[in-house]
Design a protein around this ligand. Structure first.
Ligand code: SAM
Length: 211
């Protein structure tokens, strides 16, 4: 990711990282379809190495680790990684960029990217998806979740903290097209309505793509 964009995101998350962990650290407890999707993903990865990209405070990473997965977390924001490490000292978390991952080609059996593409436009997904494709082994799986639609929601405040972040929704067909373009095969797609009171009231799409 270009330095100015990365810097903007890092400062946007620096102020909210702790509150994000407090607010969303247990959100999967109220999201049965997300858990079912992650259960199926972890089973398909069959004990191979998984990276949670854009892991934030690491609650998805923790869920996968509790299933017995060999999983690590990676995020652009040092503050998010600090929160993830504090909450889950037994899991490895590193600062990293999905545009240039630290992994060797073919190193991973699975990648989970929940809401990690939320700060990119739909027409910017090619480079990061090609990078996910590079680090996955043949047959490896990418599990990608995002807000479905065409909105961009700008926030100056999140969970009571001042910030400046743009959250971009994606038409599912555009994300699928970018995955196919990057060399993936689509295995599964789940669309769901928001869980009332548990999250921002947007439609969600979950894709499972195979390298
Ligand atoms: C909306 S949060 C999602 C966090 C978590 N996955 C979840 O489901 O709550 C987006 C996260 O992606 C991270 N992120 C944004 N761009 C990234 C990039 N280029 N590489 C790695 N992480 C990135 C942000 O720092 C932030 O922690």
């Amino acid at each position: 990711m270009s330095d100015p964009r990365a810097d903007q995101l890092r400062s946007g998350y620096a102020t909210v990282a702790h509150a994000y962990r407090e607010q969303l650290g247990n959100e999967l407890a109220g999201k049965p379809l997300d858990r079912a999707f992650l259960d199926a993903f972890a089973e398909r990865c069959a004990g191979g190495r998984i990276a949670d990209i854009g892991c934030g405070p690491g609650h998805v990473t923790r869920y996968l680790a509790a299933l017995g997965a060999n999983v690590e977390g990676i995020d652009l924001s040092p503050e998010m990684i600090g929160e993830a490490r504090a909450a889950h000292p037994q899991i490895t978390f590193s600062v990293g960029d999905m545009f240039a991952l630290p992994h060797e080609s073919g190193a991973l059996a699975g990648i989970v990217a929940f809401y990690a593409i939320v700060h990119l436009r739909s027409d910017e997904l090619g480079p990061p998806f090609r990078e996910l494709h590079r680090v996955l082994a043949a047959g490896g799986l990418a599990a990608v979740a995002f807000h479905a639609g065409t909105d961009t929601v700008h926030v100056d405040e999140l969970f009571g903290c001042a910030t400046s972040l743009d959250f971009m929704f994606h038409p599912p067909e555009a994300v699928i097209a970018a995955l196919l373009e990057a060399g993936f095969t689509l295995e599964a797609r789940l669309d769901r309505e928001p869980y009332p009171g548990a999250e921002h009231p947007s439609r969600r799409t979950y894709l499972l793509a195979r390298r």
